[in-house]
Design a protein around this ligand. Sequence first.
Ligand SMILES: Nc1nc2c(ncn2[C@@H]2O[C@H](COP(=O)(O)OP(=O)(O)OP(=O)(O)O)[C@@H](O)[C@H]2O)c(=O)[nH]1
Length: 447
Amino acid sequence: MSTTKVPVTILTGFLGAGKTTLLNRILSEQHGKRIAVIENEYGEIGIDQGLVIDADEEIFEMSNGCICCTVRGDLIRILGNLFKRRDKFDYVLVETTGLADPGPVAQTFFMDDDVHEQFALDGIVTLVDAKHVEQQLDHTRESAEQIAFADVLILNKTDLVEPARLDELERRVRGMNALAHIHRASHGEVDLDRVVGLSAFDLDQALSRKPSFLEPEYPFEWSGVYALEAGHYRLMLDDGPDPAMSLVAVTLPSADETALRAGAERCVRLYAEEPVRTQPGEPVEPATHVELELTEPGTKVFPLTIDTPGLVGLYTEHFAEEFNLRLTDAEGRLLQPVAEHAWVAQHEHDDTVTSVGIEVAGDVDANRLNRWLSTLLAERGIDIFRMKGFISIAGEAERFVFQGVHMLFDGRPDRAWGDLPRGNQLVFIGRNLDRAALEAGFRACLA
Ligand SMILES: Nc1nc2c(ncn2[C@@H]2O[C@H](COP(=O)(O)OP(=O)(O)OP(=O)(O)O)[C@@H](O)[C@H]2O)c(=O)[nH]1
């Protein structure tokens, strides 16, 4: 097996900037390079994979959700599987969600020993939506981070903007990132050589831009280490700020900083797995991502059984104090942790930004849909960052694919329904979305 590292390009850019468009161009060009694609998407219904054209390249989908929280564990797992088949491809492209901060994705290539040995971060390519970027920069933080972190910036959608405005925009973007190569494009038309195989990523530069670059972020905030004999224990939590909390309990060889950090890296991977939902009274499985269900008022008790005496670290999503989390032995004696640690949790989420997925069977009346969408976008276009989906239009043999970025909207017939059950799938991503109103509005368009 070759010992050279596989180059990886991270493709970022705010929602709707043109990442999938660029990806499709790359996958359909005859460039002779074999590219494996890893996709992460934000939204309740996975639409993106359906929008990426069929290609010989392999496409892997990462779990849905905010990329920052589960990304490292997920990415480590997918890269590990990919590496076993490394004779099948020359490059890896990771497309991040439009809402992702590329930092944690890039970090993965330095934090994890296996990944670092097998893969090399080649560059971060950020697509900039020339039409909407100013609005995005004014309203969101992610857009600025994506620009600041780029090795290559592609000013896309040049067809929608006057040349003078583009020059102005390029100056603004240059002011935010003095070192990136800047290219202009329409519909993601850039040479592949400007995107992959650049050896553009420079760790020292990344550290000078963001000194905390290599400080890992974790999906948990606290850990407590307990010295336990074999036996039965009770984990108790009172009411707290959330209706559920994730936790992983792992054994540790010691309670020092190194062991706690090694435990944390193990837990990052475990946190990326689907949690086992655990009701009060049900046992906490060791070395498993459990989600403690905490909706019941009052003290909740979860049994924990230890087979081998030793040190056990609890890695919890929130600080222990927030739920008055405590551990007692079978006689009800309160146990104190022998060590505790606070972790830098992932970035603050902007809770006003959400996604609403709508799945409805049946056919839609094209005129009604058009009127509804036009009104919706005229009234709420600033807050609707993105919408996309598949629609079944009455009387049409083909599935209709539609896409919107703020007020801009386009759609086209895609493949024939054939034997597939007709139906509609839409995703809206935006600020302060009203799920009930969106769903009712869409249902009113049904034929
Ligand atoms: N006019 C114009 N439209 C473009 C251009 N590039 C992409 N689009 C359109 O913009 C919309 C969004 O493009 P995508 O490639 O899906 O954007 P994305 O960044 O993958 O979007 P998310 O996955 O939601 O973050 C689609 O309707 C594209 O057809 C361009 O250069 N000019």
